[in-house]
Design a binder for this molecule. Structure first.
Ligand code: DX5
Ligand code: ZN
Length: 229
């Protein structure tokens, strides 16, 4: 059975003690840490850059999954590689030379390359790049902010991407980002996701990081046992 990964988005963590929050998520059984980089141009919000990514390294053994919501990502991928990123995902909407950026990321040993699509960007834009990528991310909210609601039509898009990947024989991760929490994790997994990003579903005042991750894990297990039975 595929191990479904949980990648807490540090965007919803307490930035006043980001390292400690990364450590807590790691000890709570997260699989990756998702880091949302925003530039105030591609999206209307600004977060952090490679220095902050590098600063998290001493606090976790997990792969750092860097999601670049920035214009001209080719200018910065080397900095994020040096910062210790394990995955670097770029927005197809920001990359006229997508193949070149993906190849640059993959040139580096142990660094994997991902592409992502905004909610209104059609899957057909992936057709030519699919053989080159290690990860495809479906944005299930419009990027820019944590805590938004999952866009319901994303489920059908995930399903169609699952078919595309299987048809192409691709083993790329199918990651979903935006409004994913314990309540809808099963639906997202049943549609074919292999990695769930969750920000406000993991870092919130309702429960501890460990309790929230455990609830998402239960929801994933329920989806997987249904599909087996
Ligand atoms: C949205 C970011 C997401 C976000 C997810 O722009 O890419 O990673 O932090 O947060 P939630 O899970 O709260 O929607
Ligand atoms: Zn993200």
């Amino acid at each position: 059975m595929t191990k479904i990964k949980i990648a807490p988005s540090m965007l919803s963590a307490n930035f006043g003690c980001l390292g400690e929050q990364a450590r807590e998520a790691t000890e709570a059984g997260a699989d990756w840490l998702h880091l949302d980089v925003m530039d105030g141009h591609f999206v209307p919000n600004i977060t952090f850059g490679p220095l902050v990514v590098a600063a998290l390294l001493p606090y976790t053994v997990l792969p750092l999954d860097v999601h670049l919501m920035i214009e001209q990502p080719e200018r910065y991928v080397d900095d994020f590689i040096r910062a210790g990123a394990a995955y670097i995902t770029v927005q197809v909407e920001a990359c006229p030379h997508l193949h070149r950026v993906i190849e640059r990321i993959k040139e580096v040993k142990n660094v994997k390359a991902g592409v992502t699509l905004n909610p209104a960007t059609p899957l057909v834009l992936l057709e030519e790049i699919l053989p080159y990528v290690d990860l495809v991310l479906i944005m299930s909210v419009n990027p820019g902010f944590g805590g938004q609601s999952y866009i319901p039509t994303s489920t059908d898009k995930i399903r169609r991407l699952r078919e595309m990947l299987d048809h192409a024989g691709s083993r790329a991760e199918l990651q979903v980002d935006g409004g994913v929490k314990a309540e809808n994790a099963a639906e997202v997994v049943r549609a074919g996701a292999t990695c769930l990003v969750s920000g406000s579903g993991v870092f919130n005042k309702k429960a501890s990081i460990a309790e929230n991750i455990a609830r998402i894990r239960q929801s994933i297990a329920a989806a997987q046992s249904q599909s087996q039975g």
